[in-house]
Write a new protein. Sequence first.
Length: 106
Amino acid sequence: VYEGFGLPVLEAMACGTPVVCSNASSLPEVAGDAALLVEPHDVDGLAAALQRALSDEALRRQMIERGLAQAARFSWEKAARETLAVYRAVMQPCEGSEPSQGSRVR
């Protein structure tokens, strides 16, 4: 029932697979408007969402298109760029300054 980040959802979307997942944890944020969301223990709701995704060609095409766009928002390259930008911003005030007495190794 709990998914820490939702990487399987993004992987499926990146492969052009329509996604049906629970509306718990991080999945609504990760899936955005590109997936059909159901309550975690709602078996009938899950079956209905799967049936909808399988039988409605227009919906399936829309889910695939939105899924590809949503997955692109979470690329590893983007994560690396954003992480590096944070490191640079944190380190910038320290460049050229001497370490304080408390930070020296003894």
